[in-house]
Design a protein around this ligand. Structure first.
Ligand SMILES: Cc1cc2nc3c(=O)[nH]c(=O)nc-3n(C[C@H](O)[C@H](O)[C@H](O)COP(=O)(O)O)c2cc1C
Length: 404
């Protein structure tokens, strides 16, 4: 054999991919890869707004570290020829136990924003949660998705506005509301402080240069409709169309006086299930169980609020143990792989929520990036179940995981 034919037999050339999005996705094997691609594509201030956490980012880092350090006790020889990751969330079937978390200002990652994420969630047949601070409105999202939709509520001081949003969510067939209870004030996100980051980003000399070195994002941003808090457009509370600091906005508009008594007010204004997001102790989960709450989302807001907050995965087992089957338990924060979801569910969670995972996908490759993430997480759940010897979600039990 000549050197030429030997070389030809061992070399493999991949066809050049003309589609730039497909080219980017071809380089990604997981969520961490998409994060790296998003970091390259997005202006630094935008990436840091998505990626960052409060203060020293201890809570942010702890969320992932606890998943990393939890180790399986895999069982073998259990006939795992057929694995079914489907389960129910709020009583309805899902192909795997995940809900997409609400993220404000999603259009900052890619201009279709919440519409892209809602469509991808509908295709994956899992619930999507629209944030009160969404950059697409309740109605716009409903128009593109007949999948399951939840509406996240920040409680404005103006309760009339909240009641009106709940009516709109009901009219648009949203299934549940998610009241976020960890944001009496906004956490101190120091990456944003350092960069003087505002929503939408202000154009100063720094941002112009940042924009020039990220032309893909900038082209998309300047050609799309201006970004604003679409759910409150035309209201007196301001819709973020003019650059504002998020901390200032939250301080002015949200009600820090919110208490357990207010849950009765929500019950009067919302017929469907209520999820409380931001519960961080067994005590509060038990109080929630006495308030006609369908699910608690154990969450420290992805490490963006209280930096000394516990990691949600650490709370799953004690909370699930305490509340029994009175409320469903959702574990929110740090999910980057299907194996993370399996760990949380084994410890007693009904499902996980994920925020940044899909935002990295959106920032890296738009709607197809979100599809990629959901597919990756779903496959990861099945593969992990197979490797730990569980063929159904019911077989995932606490003794399959050792928490560090
Ligand atoms: C960019 C960004 C914006 C967010 N906006 C909201 C919001 O508007 N309402 C809310 O309840 N939580 C918000 N969160 C928190 C998420 O719902 C979720 O709790 C968090 O992302 C979970 O952590 P993970 O990103 O590690 O999955 C936001 C998170 C991020 C990263």
């Amino acid at each position: 054999m000549s050197i030429y034919s030997t070389l030809r037999s061992v070399m493999r050339f991949r066809r050049f991919e003309r589609d730039p999005v497909a080219r980017r996705l071809r380089k990604a094997a997981n969520v961490a890869d998409l994060r790296r691609i998003a970091k390259r594509r997005l202006p630094r201030g935008v990436f840091d707004y998505i990626d960052g956490g409060a203060e020293d980012e201890y809570a942010l880092n702890r969320n992932s570290a606890v998943f990393r350090d939890a180790v399986f006790r895999p069982r073998v020889l259990r006939n795992v020829g057929k694995v079914d990751a489907s389960t129910t969330i709020l009583g309805k079937r899902v192909p795997f136990p995940l809900v997409l978390a609400p993220t404000g200002f999603t259009r900052i990652a890619d201009s279709p924003g919440e519409l892209a994420v809602a469509r991808a969630a509908a295709r994956a047949e899992i619930p999507y949660t629209l944030s009160t601070l969404g950059t697409r409105s309740i109605e716009e999202v409903a128009a593109v998705s007949d999948g399951r939709k939840w509406f996240q509520v920040y409680v404005w001081k103006d309760r009339g506005l909240v009641a009106e949003m709940l009516d709109r969510a009901a009219a648009a067939a949203y299934e549940a509301i998610v009241i976020t209870v960890d944001t009496a004030v906004l956490g101190r996100r120091e990456r944003d402080v350092r960069r003087g980051f505002s929503l939408p980003p202000k154009l100063g000399p720094g941002t112009v240069i940042d924009g020039m070195v990220h032309p893909g994002w900038t082209w998309d941003f300047v050609n799309a409709d201006p970004i604003s808090f679409a759910n409150v457009t035309g209201k007196t509370v301001g819709d973020g169309a003019d650059a504002i600091s998020l901390a200032e906005y939250v301080g002015k508009q949200f009600d820090p006086g919110l208490s357990w008594d207010d849950i009765a007010w929500f019950r009067e204004h919302w017929d469907g299930p209520i999820v409380l997001k931001g519960v961080q102790t067994v005590e509060d989960a038990l109080i929630a169980a006495e308030h006609d709450i369908a699910a608690v989302a154990l969450s420290n807001h992805g490490g963006r609020q209280l930096d000394g907050a516990p990691a949600p995965l650490h709370l799953v087992d004690p909370v699930a143990e305490a509340v029994g089957d009175r409320v469903e338990v959702i574990c929110d924060g740090g999910v980057r792989r299907g194996s993370d979801i399996v760990k949380a569910v084994a410890l007693g969670a009904t499902a996980c929520m994920a925020g940044r995972a899909y935002l990295y996908g959106l920032g890296a490759a738009g709607e197809r990036g979100v599809d990629f993430v959901l597919d990756h997480l779903s496959q990861g759940v099945e593969q992990t179940m197979t490797l730990v010897g569980a063929t159904t979600i019911d077989e995932l039990e606490p003794n399959l995981v050792n928490l560090a």
